[in-house]
Design a protein around this ligand. Structure first.
Ligand SMILES: Nc1ncnc2c1ncn2[C@@H]1O[C@H](COP(=O)(O)OP(=O)(O)OP(=O)(O)O)[C@@H](O)[C@H]1O
Ligand SMILES: [Mg+2]
Length: 353
């Protein structure tokens, strides 16, 4: 991993960062332990038992410091290990689906087979963005991870909070505390305390609002997207009040969708809030001219922008026209002035910090 990191520095893809350098040994230690645990050792190989547990790593810190980037390098570097890198939220949704299916089959302790199925596939789970906001997640993670750890699965994760602040102020939080203790027991907790938000640096001075939404805008946005999200974006499904809200492309906190994906469907404030919580940068393409004709879409767009504004999300957009000229007639056009003004403010260089 250190080699990969140095190579990226040498290529100029990364700026030297002492805080990132400082956490490399913590990753190297996990890699070494994984390699060591995998090595065949005497009779142990003949007796079927859970592999030796490897202490994982919980890397936390402020946004844009390079946690996901480092974790990607780490996952790349341990190619010999059966591993999976997955967004924490997406993983938990699979777990819930598995639990539902097991319960339908009449399994009493549904967590056991679901955890066993995960442990059968991987030795290392690499989560991006561990955060727990949902009580359904909070109430099962303790037993789930207990079983995963017992089956010898190692866990590496990034998070914006230290373990003690997970599910802060959540409902029934006392039932969640054993999970925090478990994380601290099974994972080294390390802070990435760099001074630079590289996502901001990368976007500083960049144009982020393009109009008209033609070929030029598409190309410019594609270039920004390639820089921020690179390869390997995948859809991210957010579960909101029992509904699925799908972001068609997501990677490392950056999501990309069209206006129609987000505002052409009956989504409401809770959905937009969930999106604003899940992403740091949102790319919205093809915002059309709005009017009384497409009043519902316009209303949703206003709600979306409010949610992004409150969440200080960076917005990169292509639109038919300037913000002030997107909605000039019809019901709600007066209120749209605030949306336009927010759209302007969100284009500012300091936005999002
Ligand atoms: N040392 C660096 N030099 C230049 N760019 C960097 C450096 N470290 C990270 N980046 C880039 O900065 C952006 C943000 O990094 P990354 O997504 O890893 O941050 P993060 O800590 O995971 O943020 P978040 O908490 O919001 O998920 C990415 O595009 C990443 O490639
Ligand atoms: Mg990240």
């Amino acid at each position: 991993m250190t080699q990969l990191y140095r190579a990226r520095l040498a290529e100029g893809g990364l700026t030297p960062d002492p805080a990132q350098e400082a956490v490399l040994p913590a990753f190297e230690r996990v890699a070494a332990d994984l390699a060591h645990a995998a090595a065949p050792r005497g009779l142990g190989r003949l007796i079927r038992r859970a592999p030796e547990p490897v202490r994982g790593l919980y890397l936390w810190g402020d946004v844009g410091r390079g946690k996901s980037m480092l974790m990607d390098l780490f996952v790349q570097s341990v190619a010999a290990t059966a591993r999976r890198r997955v967004h924490f939220h997406a993983f938990m949704q699979e777990i819930h689906a598995g639990l539902d299916a097991a319960r339908k089959r009449g399994v009493a302790d549904a967590i056991a087979p679901v955890a066993a199925a995960v442990a059968d596939e991987v030795r290392l789970l690499a989560f991006d963005e561990m955060q727990i906001t949902d009580i359904a997640d909070a109430m099962i993670v303790g037993r789930l991870f207990e079983k995963l750890f017992a089956a010898g699965v190692a866990v590496v994760t990034t998070s914006n909070r230290p373990p003690d602040a997970l599910y802060k102020d959540g409902l029934n939080r006392q039932l969640f505390l054993p999970f925090i203790a478990l994380l601290k027991d099974r994972m080294a907790v390390v802070e990435l305390s760099g001074a630079t938000d590289y996502r901001q640096t990368r976007l500083a001075g960049e144009r982020v609002y393009f109009h008209p939404a033609g070929a030029e805008a598409r190309a410019a946005i594609a270039a920004i997207w390639a820089d921020l999200a690179g390869d390997g974006a995948a859809p991210l499904t957010l579960r909101v009040q029992g509904r699925d809200v799908v972001l068609p492309a997501f990677r490392d906190g950056v999501a990309r969708a069209t206006f129609w994906d987000l505002c052409g469907q009956p989504l409401g404030p809770a959905d937009y809030l969930a999106i604003a919580t899940a992403v740091r940068v949102l790319v919205v393409e093809d915002i059309p001219r709005l009017s009384a004709e497409n009043f519902n879409q316009a209303r949703r767009f206003v709600t979306l922008v409010d949610a992004l504004y409150e969440g200080r999300v960076r917005l990169i957009a292509s639109a038919a026209d300037e913000p002030e000229r997107l909605y000039i007639e019809g019901e709600g056009s007066f209120e749209f002035a605030r949306t336009a003004s927010r759209l302007r403010e969100m284009q500012g260089a300091g936005w999002g910090t």
